[in-house]
Ligand binder design. Sequence first.
Ligand code: NAG
Ligand code: NAG
Ligand code: CU
Length: 617
Amino acid sequence: MFLLFIFLFPGAFSVHAPLSKSGQDVFFRRVLVGEDTNRHPCSRKCVAGEAPMICEYDFTLELYDVLSKACFDCPNKVEDCFLLDCVPADGVKRSILTVNRKLPGPLISVCHGDKVIVNVENHLLTDSTTIHWHGQKVKDAPYMDGVPYISQCPILPESSFRYKFIAEDAGTHLWHSHIGLQRGDGIFGGIVVRSPKNLDPHGSLYDFDLDEHVMVILDWDHVSETTKFTSHYHNVGDGKPITILVNGLGRYYGGKEQFGNLNMPTARFTVKKGYRYRFRVINTGFLNCPIDISIDNHTLNVISSDGYDFKSTEADSLVTYAGERFDFILDANQPEDVYWMRFGGIMDCDERFASAFQVAKGKQINPLNHGTESSSKAFVTAPELESLHPWDESLKEIPDYTYYIAYDFYKANNPSFYKSPNYDFNNIKNKDMLTLTPQLNYISMKLLPFPIFSQRNEINEDLFCNETTLKDTDCKNNFCSCPHVIQVDLNAVVELFLIDKGFAYDANHPFHLHGHAFRVVAMERVGSDVELEKVIEMNEKGQIKRNLKNAPWKDTVTVPDGGFTVLRFHATNPGYWLFHCHLEFHAEVGMSLVFKVGQHADMVSVPDNFPKCGNYI
Ligand SMILES: *[C@@H]1O[C@H](CO)[C@@H](O)[C@H](O)[C@H]1NC(C)=O
Ligand SMILES: *[C@@H]1O[C@H](CO)[C@@H](O)[C@H](O)[C@H]1NC(C)=O
Ligand SMILES: [Cu+2]
């Protein structure tokens, strides 16, 4: 639904004072008390040639609740909704997980090259955790990538872990828990890595780039994600969120019994007439609910995605998928007034907010289920966004590897959902109780019980699987689940075909690659469904049109249902890197695989005292 105002009030905007130049690394620590009013010293004007800072944050993970004691009279007294530690959400009480009793958690706002330190303290009582820095390649320290059983062991309850990485990837990013179902319950926040404005190719297009214009969007429900998950996979529950939150605020339009919640405050962004503002959008959705964003009486001048710039592209609306980030410029050129910003759920989003949304007219960027096959001028698809970054080897004519990764929801007798002989897949008479399994090349990912990067000396490669090792196994008819690892040589250029066969339902899977960004060179919808063989044939006959000139860089991308997206990445970061659907309900049932880039000898060594784990027999 439509949750925001833009206020065009003269003077109602703030500019941060640049910090004094220190000349050296300065060590700052975020004070927990009063952090809402005290900006972290690292959130500063970024100036070319200034020394990087060390930016430390404390993250305390806890079980928490919407409209807790800290909220006093919220929403009857709206100011109370903004008290420290009050999580108002959409005004419906439920159990949540938080970092520092905030939703979203703290924003990490730093300059390019700063060193980020995050002290994670896990007080989740029974859950372990890890935090992933989505968009940062952590090249110097791949064991800081925050993926359980790949880069590190889970951080146990009542334990702590200190993450350290260099903010080497400028742009709009996010951090989130990478374990189980914690992200959708609240363990997430934004990361903004700024470059000096005079080095930004779009620097002359905007006047302000403020932390208060960062927008974190999350689909939302009134039960915990675990409840939603078990009811979906073991019962008749759907996977549709009932509303969305923008910067932790929202309204539920669910009927009379919820009427009081129409008083809930929504996110508001203040701008001053006559100036141009850079907005940074982060979609951290966990369900299959892409969000279409538009602003009444304004256009969006979209300039970058996932930290990479492209030619500025003016549009009436912008679609974002889970895990994606987009930056746009808002020109406050309209009369002073309050304008709604509209967030339309355009897929498996609850009818109550999907139906309230009118399909935006005009030009749309990153549309759902469209590729370059459409000649409509109304759509700008990802490969048509013209990168401003120079041509590089990833766009060479012939890649070193081509992999086809085809997927769909399959009628697999998956022991996670069924049990033979009592209620095996074929015994289920009630169609509503049938759960199909999303798989990549008919394989469900099963991780090893120890982290394959940090404990790589313990790996027995015979346990890894892929299409080659399974060539004599009938995974179409027998459920296959194993550590799915694809090996590529260091510095190779890899072309990936992601094929959404689209026979089962109309779904949408945004894919995210760790450790690398990729170029989106092609995207096409073939039909309402498509077989892998058809796409291979199209490729072999030279029928696939690639943008090898200036395809945009991204790290998360959509694939049209019944079509494909073609990615190119230059495998320059040695390690084990997860590649997965960014919908939590899919990733957690195995819709992922791992790229092993280079050999163990190429990989960064792990600190001696790095935590270890594994089975005890
Ligand atoms: C916004 O656009 C609508 C529809 O074109 C128009 O009726 C309205 O007056 C505009 N609002 C302002 C404040 O200009
Ligand atoms: C499949 O896995 C095996 C065993 O780890 C490995 O030797 C082989 O290179 C892998 N194949 C591909 C295509 O990555
Ligand atoms: Cu998915």
